[in-house]
Design a protein around this ligand. Structure first.
Ligand code: BJW
Length: 265
């Protein structure tokens, strides 16, 4: 049965912790909310990007064709924000968890590269990466090691480069989606962190885990489209909730010593 709780460590239900502890295969699905505490804005919700900017102009292929300079100005601004940002304890906890399970997949909708910077090795990027650009003529991919300066940037062949990200109406990278779907279907547990769960096909992945008998735990500031289907929804900032969940799942004895009364309840 679905449960919702606040982010307090003591509230975390033992049955859910035990299922995470026993899991052999775990996946994590992350969205913009996991990077919010690193200072990178989310798309939806209070102060979200789409309150200020028109997604049709900035995150569709039609918008880019109409005004590539405007789109690149926005991506350059975001590159500069991301450049200054650092991974937060939620990214770091996920990187640490990788070592504790037989198989651990980090599936992210984010293009900010924060999981890799935090040390995660197995990261599946569903919506591309802001540190790559792609030639609109022949698809050549260019790695970027700093924010772009002149815009719009051009390929060596003289054609326009575009950010190597997935916009609305575009297909996700086929292989990444295939690997993510397999991971979601085969996982004993999936942790879903900081996504509004409205953008498909990413938003459908936790339902694959659930359909195959896996546990789905959501962490967010507020209810999402996934909340009715999650086994547990924990409401609180990812940078606090994610480390708390992992501490309790991985080191129960430490919690029992520190909280003897709660442990004996
Ligand atoms: C915190 C927090 C803190 C804050 N701690 N939490 C099926 C049904 C309906 C529609 C479709 C469907 N299948 C496909 C579609 C169409 C479309 C879609 O899903 N539309 C919906 C909006 C209705 N999907 C697509 O077009 C996809 N392509 C596709 O499916 O191709 C085939 C196809 C095409 C057309 C029709 C049918 C099939 C492509 C989607 C590409 C999304 N692109 C973007 C931009 C990427 C590049 C970039 O970043 O610039 O990806 S849009 C944007 O949304 C970005 C994100 O990755 C994505 C998801 O957002 P996310 O990560 O969930 O962030 P937010 O901001 O929404 O939520 C943040 C959450 O964090 C909130 O809940 C906060 O509460 C929380 N939070 N602080 C914890 N500290």
């Amino acid at each position: 049965m679905a449960q919702s709780i606040g982010g307090g460590e003591a509230e975390l239900p033992e049955d859910v912790l035990a299922r995470i502890r026993r899991a052999r295969r775990v996946s994590v699905l992350t969205g913009a909310g996991i990077s919010a505490e690193s200072g990178i804005p989310t798309f939806r919700g209070a102060g979200g990007i789409w309150d200020k900017y028109d997604f049709r102009k900035l995150a569709t292929p039609e918008g880019f064709r109409e005004d590539p300079v405007l789109a690149w100005e926005w991506y350059r601004l975001r590159q500069r924000e991301i450049w200054k940002a650092r991974p937060n304890p939620a990214h770091e906890t996920i990187a640490e968890m990788e070592m504790h399970f037989e198989r651990f997949d980090v599936i992210t909708q984010n293009i900010d590269g924060m999981h890799a910077r935090a040390g995660s090795r197995n990261v599946i990027e569903l919506h591309g990466n802001i540190w790559r650009a792609r030639c609109v003529r022949d698809g050549t991919v260019i790695e970027l090691d700093a924010p772009v300066e002149d815009i719009p940037p051009l390929c060596q062949c003289g054609s326009l480069l575009r950010p190597d990200v997935v916009w609305f109406g575009e297909q996700l990278p086929e292989r990444a989606l295939e690997i993510a779907s397999e991971a979601a279907s085969a996982s004993d547990a999936m942790l879903v962190v900081g996504t509004s769960a409205v953008v498909h096909p990413a938003a459908s992945l936790p339902l694959l885990t659930k359909k195959n008998g896996g546990l789905v735990v959501e962490m967010n500031l507020e209810e999402t489209d996934l909340t009715p289907y999650a086994d547990l929804s924990i409401f609180g900032p990812a940078g606090e909730v994610m480390p708390a969940l992992w501490r309790r799942a991985a080191f129960p004895e430490r919690f029992m010593t520190e909280h003897p009364i709660i442990a004996n309840r």
